[in-house]
Design a protein around this ligand. Structure first.
Ligand SMILES: [Zn+2]
Ligand SMILES: [Zn+2]
Length: 372
């Protein structure tokens, strides 16, 4: 789960698509960003932390979000200007083009109006509201009096400080494990960084939010991209953990089984190729000697093997009975399955892992031949 902490300006940006650094409205990036946030939230991949201050700031600034709509409305009112140009240069019928133009504008206005409402609904219904405690208020007051970051500039940052630190307090109370990360997004880098390294929090802020790891990001699309990367890494990690669980075993050696304090374990995390001694004895020139016994090669297969993490004893799935068995010293001995007593040998060869398991099945074959 990734916790996103979004400052007021980013909320406004999400609503109106106004990139304040370039003073330019985006066409539809703000629509896509909201869709992505909603998708990640519905998937339980992210959780967005808000508080009362954000609600207040939203109410106060909501009118500014309509700037883009105002611009579009103005364009619609002054369409004659554009149409005059059109009539001057276009010789064919322009009636339909003009209609399409005004319709397109109207649609864009409508889409932006709906979008602002969607952002508001998302803010109120899909985010987790955290408390602003009295201790937090006192702490922020202290920081501002002593001009500590984010009050090291002359700006009044009470609202944004409140958003960051209330989220930190909340995260400190949550269970912290490797599944939790947090990203704080604000383009006010002069307030939240030392101005030299604008990709990281100001050292005083880092000190204050410890031991919680919160990554600082200036731009929402980048924060989302990062979130998706973290989500993928977590998925990979969980997949790997699940796989390890599925191949884990309890050590079977007398040394470890006698351990009363805990059960030593290992992972059958490699596969070894199984070969049969009887197959190796098949010589195409000799098969004629025993024409009455059809001897097709046995089917190729592999079995899992791995070592106990404590005693390092090599464990293997018996290819005959499927039970887990172990080998004290596979380099020298022929050994047998502790369950079905099949005999094996490990040989070093040029297979992928450098060795194969040879099943000594020739005794059966000799018996068969004897019987015949
Ligand atoms: Zn062991
Ligand atoms: Zn066996």
């Amino acid at each position: 789960m990734i916790h996103l902490i979004i400052d007021t300006n980013i909320w406004l940006y999400l609503a109106n698509g106004l990139d304040t650094t370039r003073n330019k409205h985006s066409d539809d990036l703000h629509f896509k960003l909201l869709q992505e946030l909603k998708r990640l939230k519905d998937n339980n991949d992210i959780c967005i932390i808000v508080n009362k201050v954000i609600f207040e700031e939203w109410k106060r600034n909501k009118a500014h979000c309509k700037l883009k709509i105002d611009k579009l409305n103005k364009k619609l009112l002054n369409h004659d200007q554009h149409f005059r140009e059109l009539d001057k240069y276009v010789k064919s019928e322009t009636k339909f083009i003009k209609e399409e133009y005004t319709e397109g504008l109207k649609e864009e206005i409508k889409a932006n109006e709906i979008h602002i409402q969607k952002v508001e609904d998302f803010l109120y219904n899909d985010c987790v509201e955290v408390e602003i405690t009295n201790e937090l208020k006192i702490m922020i007051f202290d920081l501002s009096v002593h001009k500590k970051a984010p009050f090291h500039n002359k700006k009044n940052n009470i609202a944004d400080a409140c958003i960051l630190f209330s989220a930190t307090e909340y995260l400190k109370k949550q269970l912290c494990d490797e599944n939790n990360s947090a990203i704080f997004i604000s383009n006010n880098f002069d307030d939240f960084t030392d101005g030299k390294n604008i990709d990281d929090f100001h050292p005083e802020i880092l000190e204050r939010i410890r031991p919680i790891h919160i990554k600082y990001e200036r731009i929402l699309p980048k924060a989302l991209k990062l979130s998706i990367e973290i989500i993928r890494e977590l998925e990979e990690y969980h997949k790997h953990e699940k796989w390890l669980d599925s191949v884990s075993f309890r050590c079977k050696t007398p040394y470890c089984e006698g351990n009363e304090d805990f059960s030593p374990w290992g992972y059958l995390d490699s596969q070894i190729e199984v070969k049969y001694k009887s197959d190796e004895q098949i010589d195409p020139n000799q098969t004629e000697l025993f024409p009455e016994i059809p001897r097709p090669l046995k089917e190729k297969k592999t079995v899992g093997f791995g070592s106990c993490v404590i005693c390092e004893t090599f464990h293997i799935e018996c290819p005959e009975c499927g039970e887990l068995t172990y080998v004290d010293d596979y380099d020298t001995d022929e050994f047998e399955c502790t369950e079905c007593f099949t005999k094996f040998e490990v040989i070093h060869d040029d297979s992928e892992i450098g060795m194969s398991l040879i099943v000594n099945d020739t005794t059966d074959l000799e018996e068969e031949l004897d019987e015949d």
